[in-house]
Write a protein that binds this ligand. Structure first.
Ligand code: ATP
Ligand code: AMP
Ligand code: MG
Length: 205
């Protein structure tokens, strides 16, 4: 079995509210302007869509509180659908960018977002870990009322611990697939710069 897909796979991770989706909006524009052909997907969208269809959840932040075996199944299913679709639509050298999590705080404890049955399907070239200061992430979580993230951490110290474990989780997943891990800082007001940094990294795949 091949170590890689024909197309390049970049997984982007980071704790809830750190700014993955925001940075990836900037990255989409930057790649578009450079004429690079890519598809951007959010793995949580696929989990949410499957769970919503079965009437299990009403919003995406309820996924983390589902029965854990259901989450495990949804996670694997999402990875498979993403790769099936990308295999049909992407040409050689195109990019598949996946917005997701290396560590999820769920009902049974901390849980890998990229365990064997997921990472071996996605086969990432690179796993990006987006980070920012815990205080800034907590402020972003609090000011973004479109999402429920109060279950993640109740203090900067707790969030800092979660962030270091999420970084280690990304490295652990990377060892399964020989993927590179790149830590990218997303400071206050710096989402576009963080996206440029990811664009630079991607050029070297
Ligand atoms: P989740 O994992 O829950 O989907 P996320 O990592 O995708 O979270 P975003 O939704 O992109 O996080 O960002 C959370 C909030 O932080 C949003 O209100 C966004 O506008 C803000 N934000 C993101 N990056 C920055 C930044 N560099 N400076 C200031 N605000 C930011
Ligand atoms: P997001 O919008 O990125 O926060 O995704 C919505 C939700 O989907 C997350 O909060 C998690 O509950 C779930 N999710 C996303 N990616 C994964 C993953 N790799 N493994 C398990 N759950 C995930
Ligand atoms: Mg997001």
């Amino acid at each position: 079995m091949s170590m890689r897909h024909r197309f390049k796979v970049v997984i982007v991770t980071g704790v809830p509210g750190v700014g993955k989706t925001t940075v990836l909006q900037h990255l989409s524009r930057i790649l578009g302007e450079s004429g690079i052909s890519f598809t951007l997907v959010n793995l949580g969208d696929y989990m949410y869509e499957a769970a919503r269809r079965e009437g299990l959840v009403e919003n995406r932040d309820e996924l983390r509180r589902l029965n854990h075996r259901q989450q495990l199944e949804l996670q694997g299913l999402a990875a498979q659908i993403i790769i099936e679709q990308a295999s049909k639509t992407l040409s050689d050298q195109d990019l598949l960018i996946i917005d997701t999590h290396a560590l999820v705080k769920t009902t049974v404890g901390l849980w890998p977002g990229l365990p064997e049955h997921v990472v071996s399907v996605l086969k990432p070239d690179i796993i990006v870990v987006i980070e920012a200061s815990p205080e800034e992430v907590m402020a972003r979580q609090a000011s973004d009322t479109s999402r429920y993230r109060r279950d993640i951490a109740s203090s900067p110290k707790e969030l800092k611990d979660f962030m270091s474990m999420a970084r280690i989780a990304a490295l652990a997943s990377a060892t399964k697939t020989g993927s590179a891990v790149a830590v990218v800082w997303n400071p206050q007001g710096g989402a576009e710069e963080a996206a440029r940094r990811i664009a630079d990294i991607i050029r070297h795949i």
